[in-house]
Design a protein around this ligand. Sequence first.
Ligand code: 13P
Ligand code: SF4
Length: 307
Amino acid sequence: MDSVKALQKEIRKLAQERNAVILSHNYQISEIQEIADYVGDSFGLSRQAQKVDADIILFCGVWFMAEIAAILNPQKRVLIPEPKARCPMAAQLSAKQIREAKAKYPGVPVVLYVNTTAEAKAEADVTCTSSNLCQIINQLEGDTVILGPDANLAYYAQKTCGKQVIPIPKHGFCHVHVTFSFSPELPQLLWENPDALFLVHPECGPKIQELADYIGSTSQMIKYARDSPADTFIIATEVDLVTRMRREIPGKTFIPALSHARCKAMKKITLEKVKASLLEGQHVVTVSEPIAKRARSALQRMLDLTQ
Ligand code: 13P
Ligand code: SF4
Protein backbone atom coordinates (compact mmCIF):
# COMPACT_ATOMS: atom_id res chain seq x y z
CA MET A 1 0.00 0.00 0.00
CA ASP A 2 1.47 3.43 -0.89
CA SER A 3 1.94 6.09 1.77
CA VAL A 4 -1.04 8.21 0.66
CA LYS A 5 -3.39 5.23 0.83
CA ALA A 6 -2.02 4.29 4.25
CA LEU A 7 -2.56 7.83 5.54
CA GLN A 8 -6.07 7.93 4.12
CA LYS A 9 -6.86 4.64 5.89
CA GLU A 10 -5.53 5.99 9.19
CA ILE A 11 -7.68 9.12 8.84
CA ARG A 12 -10.84 7.11 8.15
CA LYS A 13 -10.13 4.98 11.22
CA LEU A 14 -9.54 8.07 13.38
CA ALA A 15 -12.72 9.71 12.08
CA GLN A 16 -14.71 6.64 13.06
CA GLU A 17 -13.11 6.45 16.53
CA ARG A 18 -13.72 10.16 17.18
CA ASN A 19 -17.25 10.05 15.69
CA ALA A 20 -16.31 12.76 13.18
CA VAL A 21 -17.84 13.54 9.80
CA ILE A 22 -15.47 14.88 7.14
CA LEU A 23 -16.93 17.50 4.79
CA SER A 24 -14.91 18.59 1.74
CA HIS A 25 -15.36 21.34 -0.81
CA ASN A 26 -14.99 20.49 -4.51
CA TYR A 27 -11.69 22.46 -4.63
CA GLN A 28 -9.87 20.21 -2.15
CA ILE A 29 -7.13 17.98 -3.57
CA SER A 30 -8.30 14.52 -4.75
CA GLU A 31 -6.67 12.72 -1.82
CA ILE A 32 -8.88 14.69 0.58
CA GLN A 33 -12.05 14.45 -1.52
CA GLU A 34 -11.56 10.65 -1.50
CA ILE A 35 -11.67 10.37 2.31
CA ALA A 36 -14.60 12.74 2.84
CA ASP A 37 -18.08 11.63 3.86
CA TYR A 38 -19.49 14.37 1.65
CA VAL A 39 -17.95 16.48 -1.14
CA GLY A 40 -19.87 19.43 -2.55
CA ASP A 41 -20.36 23.10 -3.31
CA SER A 42 -20.92 25.82 -0.71
CA PHE A 43 -24.67 25.29 -0.65
CA GLY A 44 -24.53 21.49 -0.40
CA LEU A 45 -21.96 21.76 2.38
CA SER A 46 -24.17 24.18 4.34
CA ARG A 47 -27.13 21.77 4.13
CA GLN A 48 -24.93 18.82 5.13
CA ALA A 49 -23.37 20.74 8.03
CA GLN A 50 -26.82 21.43 9.45
CA LYS A 51 -27.84 17.75 9.19
CA VAL A 52 -24.69 16.24 10.74
CA ASP A 53 -25.43 13.95 13.64
CA ALA A 54 -21.82 13.03 14.61
CA ASP A 55 -19.94 14.72 17.50
CA ILE A 56 -17.39 16.46 15.27
CA ILE A 57 -17.55 18.16 11.87
CA LEU A 58 -14.09 18.19 10.32
CA PHE A 59 -14.24 20.81 7.59
CA CYS A 60 -11.88 20.58 4.61
CA GLY A 61 -12.44 23.90 2.91
CA VAL A 62 -11.90 27.57 3.71
CA TRP A 63 -12.64 29.30 7.01
CA PHE A 64 -15.98 30.90 6.05
CA MET A 65 -17.33 27.43 5.14
CA ALA A 66 -16.33 25.97 8.51
CA GLU A 67 -17.78 29.06 10.18
CA ILE A 68 -21.14 28.41 8.45
CA ALA A 69 -21.08 24.85 9.87
CA ALA A 70 -20.43 26.26 13.36
CA ILE A 71 -23.24 28.80 13.00
CA LEU A 72 -25.80 26.32 11.65
CA ASN A 73 -24.95 23.49 14.02
CA PRO A 74 -23.81 25.15 17.27
CA GLN A 75 -24.08 21.94 19.32
CA LYS A 76 -21.30 20.33 17.28
CA ARG A 77 -17.57 20.76 17.54
CA VAL A 78 -16.35 22.13 14.20
CA LEU A 79 -12.68 21.65 13.33
CA ILE A 80 -10.64 23.06 10.45
CA PRO A 81 -7.21 21.45 9.84
CA GLU A 82 -5.61 24.81 8.93
CA PRO A 83 -7.06 28.07 10.31
CA LYS A 84 -5.05 30.11 7.77
CA ALA A 85 -7.12 28.63 4.92
CA ARG A 86 -9.12 31.81 4.29
CA CYS A 87 -10.86 33.04 1.15
CA PRO A 88 -9.41 36.48 0.29
CA MET A 89 -12.75 37.55 -1.16
CA ALA A 90 -14.40 37.18 2.25
CA ALA A 91 -12.08 39.94 3.53
CA GLN A 92 -13.23 42.38 0.83
CA LEU A 93 -16.51 43.35 2.53
CA SER A 94 -16.79 44.53 6.13
CA ALA A 95 -19.87 44.81 8.34
CA LYS A 96 -19.29 48.60 8.36
CA GLN A 97 -19.46 48.80 4.53
CA ILE A 98 -22.78 46.92 4.63
CA ARG A 99 -24.21 49.27 7.27
CA GLU A 100 -23.17 52.24 5.10
CA ALA A 101 -24.92 50.70 2.06
CA LYS A 102 -28.08 50.10 4.11
CA ALA A 103 -28.06 53.74 5.21
CA LYS A 104 -27.59 54.89 1.60
CA TYR A 105 -30.32 52.60 0.17
CA PRO A 106 -32.89 52.27 2.96
CA GLY A 107 -35.33 49.37 2.56
CA VAL A 108 -33.32 47.64 -0.19
CA PRO A 109 -32.68 43.99 0.82
CA VAL A 110 -29.06 42.95 1.41
CA VAL A 111 -28.15 39.61 -0.19
CA LEU A 112 -24.71 38.34 0.80
CA TYR A 113 -22.67 35.73 -0.99
CA VAL A 114 -21.62 33.11 1.59
CA ASN A 115 -17.97 33.98 0.83
CA THR A 116 -18.09 36.54 3.67
CA THR A 117 -17.24 36.76 7.37
CA ALA A 118 -19.77 35.89 10.08
CA GLU A 119 -19.80 39.61 11.07
CA ALA A 120 -20.81 40.58 7.52
CA LYS A 121 -23.51 37.88 7.38
CA ALA A 122 -24.93 39.27 10.62
CA GLU A 123 -25.82 42.46 8.67
CA ALA A 124 -27.54 40.61 5.79
CA ASP A 125 -31.21 39.92 5.16
CA VAL A 126 -30.34 36.67 3.44
CA THR A 127 -27.28 34.86 2.10
CA CYS A 128 -26.89 33.15 -1.28
CA THR A 129 -24.48 30.91 -3.15
CA SER A 130 -23.74 30.61 -6.85
CA SER A 131 -26.28 27.76 -7.01
CA ASN A 132 -29.38 29.61 -5.78
CA LEU A 133 -28.73 33.26 -6.61
CA CYS A 134 -31.83 34.06 -8.72
CA GLN A 135 -34.05 31.79 -6.64
CA ILE A 136 -33.21 33.86 -3.55
CA ILE A 137 -33.27 37.29 -5.21
CA ASN A 138 -36.60 36.68 -6.92
CA GLN A 139 -38.37 35.80 -3.66
CA LEU A 140 -37.46 39.15 -2.09
CA GLU A 141 -39.68 42.24 -2.00
CA GLY A 142 -38.98 45.09 -4.44
CA ASP A 143 -37.12 45.39 -7.72
CA THR A 144 -33.63 46.11 -6.37
CA VAL A 145 -31.14 44.24 -4.17
CA ILE A 146 -27.76 45.05 -2.66
CA LEU A 147 -25.34 42.17 -3.39
CA GLY A 148 -21.74 41.61 -2.28
CA PRO A 149 -18.86 41.05 -2.30
CA ASP A 150 -18.30 39.59 -5.80
CA ALA A 151 -18.88 42.12 -8.59
CA ASN A 152 -18.86 39.35 -11.23
CA LEU A 153 -21.61 37.47 -9.40
CA ALA A 154 -23.48 40.79 -9.21
CA TYR A 155 -23.02 41.22 -13.00
CA TYR A 156 -24.43 37.71 -13.53
CA ALA A 157 -27.39 38.41 -11.19
CA GLN A 158 -28.18 41.70 -12.94
CA LYS A 159 -28.19 39.91 -16.32
CA THR A 160 -30.17 36.84 -15.36
CA CYS A 161 -32.36 37.43 -12.29
CA GLY A 162 -34.46 40.30 -13.66
CA LYS A 163 -33.79 42.79 -10.84
CA GLN A 164 -31.58 45.84 -10.33
CA VAL A 165 -28.41 44.86 -8.48
CA ILE A 166 -26.27 47.27 -6.46
CA PRO A 167 -22.81 45.68 -5.97
CA ILE A 168 -20.91 46.28 -2.72
CA PRO A 169 -18.00 46.88 -2.81
CA LYS A 170 -17.86 48.13 -6.43
CA HIS A 171 -15.06 45.79 -7.52
CA GLY A 172 -15.02 42.71 -5.27
CA PHE A 173 -13.46 39.68 -6.96
CA CYS A 174 -11.96 36.21 -6.64
CA HIS A 175 -8.34 36.31 -7.77
CA VAL A 176 -8.58 32.72 -9.09
CA HIS A 177 -11.61 33.32 -11.31
CA VAL A 178 -10.57 36.71 -12.73
CA THR A 179 -7.42 35.16 -14.23
CA PHE A 180 -9.51 33.53 -16.98
CA SER A 181 -10.28 37.00 -18.39
CA PHE A 182 -6.59 37.68 -18.93
CA SER A 183 -5.52 34.31 -20.31
CA PRO A 184 -4.05 34.52 -23.81
CA GLU A 185 -4.36 30.68 -24.16
CA LEU A 186 -8.10 30.41 -23.48
CA PRO A 187 -9.40 31.75 -26.85
CA GLN A 188 -7.03 29.31 -28.61
CA LEU A 189 -8.24 26.40 -26.45
CA LEU A 190 -11.90 27.20 -27.26
CA TRP A 191 -11.06 27.53 -30.95
CA GLU A 192 -9.20 24.20 -31.02
CA ASN A 193 -12.15 22.38 -29.36
CA PRO A 194 -15.24 23.64 -31.23
CA ASP A 195 -17.42 20.73 -30.05
CA ALA A 196 -16.52 21.11 -26.38
CA LEU A 197 -19.06 22.79 -24.08
CA PHE A 198 -17.70 25.67 -22.03
CA LEU A 199 -18.79 25.49 -18.35
CA VAL A 200 -18.16 28.64 -16.33
CA HIS A 201 -18.40 29.65 -12.66
CA PRO A 202 -20.25 32.98 -12.13
CA GLU A 203 -17.21 34.40 -10.29
CA CYS A 204 -15.58 34.65 -13.75
CA GLY A 205 -15.54 38.04 -15.47
CA PRO A 206 -18.24 39.25 -17.94
CA LYS A 207 -16.17 38.41 -21.07
CA ILE A 208 -15.87 34.78 -19.96
CA GLN A 209 -19.53 34.60 -18.89
CA GLU A 210 -20.57 35.75 -22.40
CA LEU A 211 -18.70 32.80 -23.95
CA ALA A 212 -20.27 30.17 -21.65
CA ASP A 213 -22.58 27.35 -22.68
CA TYR A 214 -23.53 26.94 -19.03
CA ILE A 215 -22.95 29.01 -15.87
CA GLY A 216 -23.33 27.45 -12.44
CA SER A 217 -21.88 26.48 -9.09
CA THR A 218 -19.20 23.79 -8.86
CA SER A 219 -21.70 20.99 -8.11
CA GLN A 220 -24.13 22.28 -10.75
CA MET A 221 -21.31 22.02 -13.32
CA ILE A 222 -20.76 18.37 -12.35
CA LYS A 223 -24.47 17.61 -12.76
CA TYR A 224 -24.62 19.47 -16.08
CA ALA A 225 -21.65 17.52 -17.48
CA ARG A 226 -23.03 14.19 -16.24
CA ASP A 227 -26.48 14.78 -17.76
CA SER A 228 -25.28 16.37 -21.02
CA PRO A 229 -25.12 14.30 -24.23
CA ALA A 230 -21.82 16.09 -25.05
CA ASP A 231 -18.57 14.32 -24.25
CA THR A 232 -15.99 17.11 -24.01
CA PHE A 233 -16.07 20.08 -21.62
CA ILE A 234 -13.78 23.03 -20.95
CA ILE A 235 -14.06 24.02 -17.30
CA ALA A 236 -13.52 27.60 -16.10
CA THR A 237 -13.08 27.22 -12.36
CA GLU A 238 -10.52 25.88 -9.87
CA VAL A 239 -8.60 22.87 -11.24
CA ASP A 240 -9.57 20.35 -8.57
CA LEU A 241 -13.18 20.46 -9.72
CA VAL A 242 -11.76 19.01 -12.94
CA THR A 243 -10.02 16.20 -11.01
CA ARG A 244 -13.37 15.32 -9.38
CA MET A 245 -15.14 15.32 -12.78
CA ARG A 246 -12.48 13.06 -14.30
CA ARG A 247 -12.69 10.68 -11.33
CA GLU A 248 -16.49 10.48 -11.21
CA ILE A 249 -17.47 10.80 -14.88
CA PRO A 250 -15.19 8.42 -16.74
CA GLY A 251 -15.65 8.25 -20.50
CA LYS A 252 -16.00 12.03 -20.89
CA THR A 253 -13.16 14.52 -21.40
CA PHE A 254 -12.63 17.48 -19.08
CA ILE A 255 -10.15 20.20 -19.98
CA PRO A 256 -9.26 22.91 -17.44
CA ALA A 257 -9.63 26.37 -19.00
CA LEU A 258 -6.37 27.20 -17.19
CA SER A 259 -4.26 24.44 -15.67
CA HIS A 260 -2.82 26.81 -13.04
CA ALA A 261 -6.17 28.13 -11.74
CA ARG A 262 -5.49 27.05 -8.15
CA CYS A 263 -6.97 28.44 -4.96
CA LYS A 264 -4.01 28.66 -2.59
CA ALA A 265 -6.32 29.00 0.41
CA MET A 266 -8.04 25.67 -0.35
CA LYS A 267 -4.66 23.99 -0.88
CA LYS A 268 -3.52 24.82 2.65
CA ILE A 269 -5.45 21.73 3.80
CA THR A 270 -3.35 18.55 3.52
CA LEU A 271 -3.87 14.92 4.55
CA GLU A 272 -1.19 15.34 7.25
CA LYS A 273 -3.07 18.32 8.71
CA VAL A 274 -6.37 16.42 8.59
CA LYS A 275 -4.80 13.61 10.62
CA ALA A 276 -3.29 16.05 13.14
CA SER A 277 -6.62 17.84 13.42
CA LEU A 278 -8.42 14.62 14.38
CA LEU A 279 -5.67 13.53 16.76
CA GLU A 280 -5.36 16.86 18.58
CA GLY A 281 -8.93 18.16 18.26
CA GLN A 282 -7.57 21.27 16.51
CA HIS A 283 -8.49 23.93 15.32
CA VAL A 284 -11.88 24.66 16.82
CA VAL A 285 -14.07 27.09 14.86
CA THR A 286 -16.30 29.27 17.04
CA VAL A 287 -18.49 32.30 16.41
CA SER A 288 -19.71 34.49 19.27
CA GLU A 289 -23.43 33.88 19.87
CA PRO A 290 -24.65 37.49 19.31
CA ILE A 291 -23.03 37.46 15.82
CA ALA A 292 -23.92 33.80 15.18
CA LYS A 293 -27.60 34.43 16.01
CA ARG A 294 -27.94 37.17 13.37
CA ALA A 295 -25.81 35.36 10.77
CA ARG A 296 -27.86 32.17 11.39
CA SER A 297 -31.05 34.00 10.54
CA ALA A 298 -29.63 35.12 7.12
CA LEU A 299 -28.30 31.61 6.43
CA GLN A 300 -31.51 29.89 7.55
CA ARG A 301 -33.55 32.17 5.32
CA MET A 302 -31.39 31.09 2.37
CA LEU A 303 -31.90 27.41 3.25
CA ASP A 304 -35.67 27.96 3.59
CA LEU A 305 -35.94 29.82 0.25
CA THR A 306 -33.96 27.20 -1.70
CA GLN A 307 -35.89 24.29 -3.24
P1 13P B 1 -19.31 26.94 -5.13
O1 13P B 1 -20.36 27.30 -4.14
O2 13P B 1 -19.77 26.98 -6.54
O3 13P B 1 -18.68 25.62 -4.78
O4 13P B 1 -18.17 28.05 -5.07
C1 13P B 1 -17.44 28.36 -3.94
C2 13P B 1 -16.29 29.17 -4.24
O5 13P B 1 -15.56 29.58 -3.38
C3 13P B 1 -16.02 29.46 -5.62
O6 13P B 1 -14.81 30.06 -5.75
FE1 SF4 C 1 -12.28 32.29 -2.37
FE2 SF4 C 1 -11.76 32.30 -4.96
FE3 SF4 C 1 -10.70 30.42 -3.40
FE4 SF4 C 1 -13.32 30.41 -3.97
S1 SF4 C 1 -11.62 30.11 -5.41
S2 SF4 C 1 -12.40 30.11 -1.96
S3 SF4 C 1 -13.76 32.62 -4.01
S4 SF4 C 1 -10.29 32.64 -3.33
